[in-house]
Design a protein around this ligand. Sequence first.
Ligand SMILES: [Zn+2]
Length: 330
Amino acid sequence: MECALPPVELAAPDIEARCAGNTGIDHVTSFDSGVPGPHVLINALCHGNELCGAIAIDRLLRREIRPLRGRLTLCLANVAAFRRFTPDKPQASRCVIEDFNRLWSEEVLAGPRDSVELRRARALRPVYERADILLDLHSMSNAAEPLVLCGQTGRARALALALGFPRWVVADAGHAAGRRLIDFGAFAQPDAVAGEGGKVALLAECGQHWAAATAEVAFALSLMVLRHAGLIAAEVAAHLMPPLDVQPQPLAQQLVEVTDVVTASGDGFVFAGDFVDRQAMPRAGTVIGYDQGRPVRTPYDECILIMPSRKTVRGQTVVRLGRVVTRRDG
Ligand SMILES: [Zn+2]
């Protein structure tokens, strides 16, 4: 039985009005302050149906945000998929041919394959390579609290915790199906290799794809990163900051390390219950689902289920399993 889709509260922005670009690459806008400082890149629409990032970028451009130092680049990635977005079939426009956010390895980018997404990825590659700090804005199928994925570097972890929002910071190694943009090249270099000032990338899951609050989270996180990097003044960020209805107050930020990624070996993965995102399973050995009939169990007590997927496809991530390693009271 098909589940009812959540209501579409967000409207797709007109990306030709302000976001068409000024760099020679369509839908990439960049502003240089002329003053030394980091190059911050805010990226949206890796997935064409995730409107929040495009709305945040449109809003930054509408507000005429310009960097006080360094460079600010605003990029809309899978524009071809986004153009297929319609509110009556909002889930259909995630990609045209393949997932833009699974292409970010040298073998795939420099390999012989071709697709709409690969062509766009190859065109955008130098844009991503020039950035020092990447905020990649995404959203989720299920209604759940926002989270930030920081990959495996200590510097991305530190950035996520320095922002102080959202409450959930998740350190993980990505997906079996292909490398994500945040894991691309210098962003994923080990801290010891990257050294002081190494490039850093965060992927924000801002909330449910089409919920009004999700766009506010995307805009707020953009402001937080720009303020943290010194590209905008604290007063400007405070003035523009949308009210965020976050619970609990004060915010206790926690870092969760993903220990296991459950990948469907066939199309027959079935969850053993109606689990919600970030649900903690108290006991080790609890069966959470069946992969081709084989039980999948929690490996330890207080195991957290991260982003269980309603639609399971062979070779794709079904759920990540993690544990809380740091809890900081706000
Ligand atoms: Zn996404």
